[in-house]
Design a protein around this ligand. Structure first.
Ligand SMILES: [Zn+2]
Ligand SMILES: [Zn+2]
Length: 145
């Protein structure tokens, strides 16, 4: 008898619980981002993102509110408490990027790379062995698994 495949499921949401989501399966990639845009959008020195196919993401309460942060880029957040949650961009047409810090179990995902290392703040000192890309591995392309 074939073993039943149980699909991985993760849940998460914003600070107030107004926005909740479910993520099914494995992420396409997980990576830190040190870009100025992420920093300005959240106030954090850098962020950790996970990439998902749109069909793997369900908003189980309300969808986060969209903010068009730059040409072709939408960042979304909880309209009640302001927690940044997700990102979509024309450069990644078939992906939703979800902030790992909003997962109920953020430690269950393993980042594979640093992106926009060229914009990293000088007081951030990171000694991990992950790949460090000046911007992204290939402008517009996906990150390595
Ligand atoms: Zn909220
Ligand atoms: Zn960024």
């Amino acid at each position: 008898m074939a073993e039943a495949q149980t699909e991985e499921k993760r849940t998460g949401g914003c600070r107030c619980g107004g926005v909740r989501y479910e993520l099914r399966g494995k992420p396409l990639w997980v990576a830190h981002c040190h870009c100025r845009d992420c920093r300005r959008s959240t106030g954090a020195p850098f962020l950790t993102w996970s990439g998902w196919r749109p069909e793997a993401v369900s908003w189980t309460t309300i969808a986060p509110a969209p903010y068009r942060s730059s040409q072709g880029v939408t960042r979304s957040f909880c309209p009640a408490c302001g927690t940044p949650i997700a990102f979509t961009g024309e450069r990644w047409p078939n992906e939703i990027h979800v902030l790992v810090g909003t997962l109920d179990d953020p430690g269950s995902l393993e980042p594979r790379a640093h992106t926009y290392w060229s914009e990293k703040l000088p007081f951030i000192h990171i000694a991990d062995k992950l790949k460090k890309f000046a911007k992204t591995p290939k402008e517009g392309g996906p990150l390595p698994e």
